[in-house]
Design a protein around this ligand. Structure first.
Ligand code: SF4
Length: 428
């Protein structure tokens, strides 16, 4: 695209690179990438483990970012021109899980360490790196693939699948060979288990039946990312209301914004001044979540990475506005850009309403309402009634009818989206 003020943009890029080099959270990302999250999330009791039955994994240290740095890490990489360089490059040089010299696909991110590791109770970092390589080689998403294998492992544990279904392999939690076989079978749609899992857990559970739906962790057919809403309710909200199903980057995670300090200062320009506990389900949570998910929606519209522009990271909200001004030449403001984020959320909502989705789909899997079995949050499950009330507050604050989340005519008019009314009027 034609840049309105290339000089200013160049100057800002230079300053941003310097800022990234000094900004604490970005320095951690540079050194360890997203795998740095394994240990803190395990300590908080929200590292999804054993198909989301607990948030504590005894083998966490063995699959941590620290362990990766000490053993198989070969370096970092980046997307085009990004100085954060959060991507990992790994190599397992020997043994049963040696990675390919010819096919290099980078190293596992946090989500992959969770999906192919803690979720499946696998503490073998080499095997996870191999699983990551296979998924990338076969172009499979590691989150959906890991959750599909976790579903199969729990079905096996409960006797819904047997050794006949798994070609004699013990499809048990903790077995890295079952994980690697599962990836290949899914990728190749191998008749039997591979074919069953290849369409995702929602369809697999529908086909398998016999109560297996309880073990299928998905929202709107999209497998759960490796974040447990029982420890961060805003993430549960973003999973539930996301138009594309469970998605961990629709909104920020609650934890940085539950204590006073520098992170709160970064969202102060939005008028969000009071910290809100990560597990709160009241009106303050609704307000914080709404403002911040507009910002995340804006990032998606602008195509900026939230490891650069998110409030936790180096680029502040006011600088982001200046970037947009330099690129487009618009006399824009944070207020106007927030409205762009809100418009995007609302348009996606109307698209989904047109396709038959509604409030009944904005929910969480039953497992997240059950208590965590161990770890720092042992015994804690989300209260279903309180979560439902939070959803109602969200719809009302959004200007959506709380019965089915349909935007009111007034809200469509306010967002200059009245032309969408014809798509939703029959739903009111
Ligand atoms: S653009 Fe984002 S994902 Fe890519 S290297 Fe930079 S921080 Fe990482």
């Amino acid at each position: 695209m034609k840049i309105y003020d290339p000089e200013k943009l160049r100057e800002m890029s230079k300053n941003l690179t310097e800022l990234i080099g000094q900004h604490g959270p970005n320095k951690v990302l540079y050194k360890m990438g997203t795998p740095n999250l394994i240990i803190p999330l395990n300590n908080q009791g929200i590292l999804p483990t054993n198909n989301f039955r607990t948030g504590f994994f005894e083998g966490a240290e063995k699959i941590s970012g620290e362990q990766m740095v000490a053993t198989i890490l070969k370096g970092g990489k980046s997307c085009y021109a990004c100085s954060v360089r959060c991507k990992r490059e790994v190599e397992v040089s020997s043994g049963p899980y040696a990675t390919s010299e010819k096919h290099k696909y980078g190293g596992p991110e946090y989500e992959t360490l969770g999906a192919l590791g803690s979720l499946l109770c696998i503490d073998n970092l080499d095997a996870i790196a191999k699983g990551n390589e296979l998924c990338n080689r076969y172009t499979l998403d590691t989150i959906s693939t890991g959750v599909a294998i976790g579903f199969a492992m729990e079905c096996y544990e409960k006797g819904l699948l047997t050794r006949t279904d798994t070609e004699g392999i013990e499809f048990t939690f903790g077995n890295p060979d079952a994980m690697l076989k599962g990836i290949e079978w899914i990728a190749l749609r191998r008749p039997g288990l591979g074919n069953l899992l290849a369409d995702g857990v929602k369809i697999a559970a529908t086909k398998l039946g016999r109560g297996s739906e309880k073990f299928a962790l998905h929202i709107k057919g999209q497998e759960l990312p490796l974040h447990d809403p029982r420890g961060k309710i805003g993430v549960g909200m973003s999973f539930a209301i996301s138009p594309t199903g469970a998605d961990h980057i629709r909104a920020p995670h609650d934890t940085p914004f539950q204590v006073p300090g520098p992170m709160m200062e970064r969202i102060a320009p939005l008028g969000l001044l009071e910290p809100v506990p990560a597990r709160e389900l009241g009106p303050h949570k609704a307000r914080n979540f709404i403002y911040l998910h507009f910002i995340w929606s804006l990032y998606e519209s602008l195509g900026v990475c939230n490891f650069v522009a998110g409030p936790v990271w180096a680029l502040t909200l006011s600088k982001l506005v200046e970037v947009v001004q330099a690129v487009t030449g618009w006399e824009t403001s944070l207020w106007e850009l927030m409205k762009a984020g809100e418009r995007s959320v609302t348009m996606a909502r109307v698209f989904n309403l047109r396709e038959g989705f509604g409030r009944k789909d904005d929910t969480l899997p039953d497992r997240l309402f059950e208590p965590l079995e161990s770890g720092a949050l042992q015994g804690f499950g989300i209260d279903r009634r309180e979560f439902d009330e939070l959803l109602t507050l969200y719809y009302e604050a959004m200007g959506w009818d709380p019965r089915d989340g349909v935007p009111t005519r007034g809200k469509l008019a306010e967002l200059n989206l009245f032309w969408l009314d014809e798509f939703v009027k029959n739903r009111r």
